[in-house]
Ligand binder design. Structure first.
Ligand SMILES: [Fe+2]
Length: 249
């Protein structure tokens, strides 16, 4: 009887081990349905709300055409990637990375950009809406004017297409502000970096209104920077700043 019992226990044990091993070897199901699909986030203001500094025509084309195209291309690339993962096609997965980076960057950057703009007549467009951020700006660049001068110089120094950003850099308990530029649609994705606000320096952001007057666009953009959003991002985390992306899935 004891021998029969022991044999049953051993058999049960083997079966259980086999079942665990078998389930561990099941391929991870990452099919077409699991690819996230992003949608165009609504603007928090009307297309003509930033006039005269940014025309309604620019805003409508920029948002409904340019930003939408990044999202359309990102969704297509993510779907193709999901299929490539599902079929263990590693070469396709590698070849898709550039398209994913470019179009995801376009979606990330523009989603942040719309939120860090506001109508010039609103209280959000006044730097007084960002008291804590302003304190840090003043201690880093002496005063607001010097900061703007440094930011403008960075924007006008971009060769080709790109973005200028004010970021908060967090290293341990230390944090500091920095002005950085990114090429093409590279997003600010470094560890510990929180985008405070960004300015789109692609020609599609200003050319219809300013033509080659890039300096005038850079000067006027300050009239429509949303300092309230900037303050919230400065006081918040990276996840807070990027929450708009989860909302657009
Ligand atoms: Fe853009």
């Amino acid at each position: 009887m004891r021998g029969t019992l022991n044999a049953s226990v051993v058999l049960f044990s083997l079966l259980r081990t086999f079942t665990v091993l078998a389930s561990a070897q099941q391929p991870f199901q990452y099919g077409e349905m699991s690819a996230p699909q992003y949608t165009l986030p609504s603007l928090p203001y009307a297309y003509d709300a930033l006039e005269p500094h940014i025309s309604a025509q620019i805003m409508e084309l920029h948002h409904s055409k340019h930003h939408q195209t990044y999202i359309t291309n990102l969704n297509a690339a993510l779907k193709t990637q999901a299929e490539a993962v599902h079929s263990s096609d590693i070469t396709s997965q590698v070849s898709l990375q550039r398209a994913i980076k470019f179009n995801a960057g376009g979606h990330i950057n523009h989603s942040l950009f719309w939120q860090n703009l506001a109508p010039a007549s609103s209280s959000e467009a006044k730097s007084s809406a960002a008291p804590e951020l302003l304190r840090q700006i003043n201690s880093t660049w002496s005063d607001e004017d010097e900061f703007k001068e440094a930011f403008n110089a960075a924007l006008l120094g971009i060769q080709g297409s790109g973005w200028g950003w004010l970021i908060k850099v967090e290293v341990g308990k230390e944090q500091r502000l920095a002005i950085v530029t990114t090429k093409d649609q590279d997003p600010v994705v470094g560890m510990g970096e929180v985008p405070i606000f960004g300015v789109d320096m692609w020609e599609h952001a200003y050319y219809l209104q300013y033509q080659n007057g890039k300096a005038a666009y850079v000067k006027n953009i300050w009239n429509v920077i949303n300092w309230k959003t900037a303050e919230d991002r400065y006081l918040g985390s990276r996840a807070d700043a990027l929450s708009v992306l989860k909302a657009s899935i």
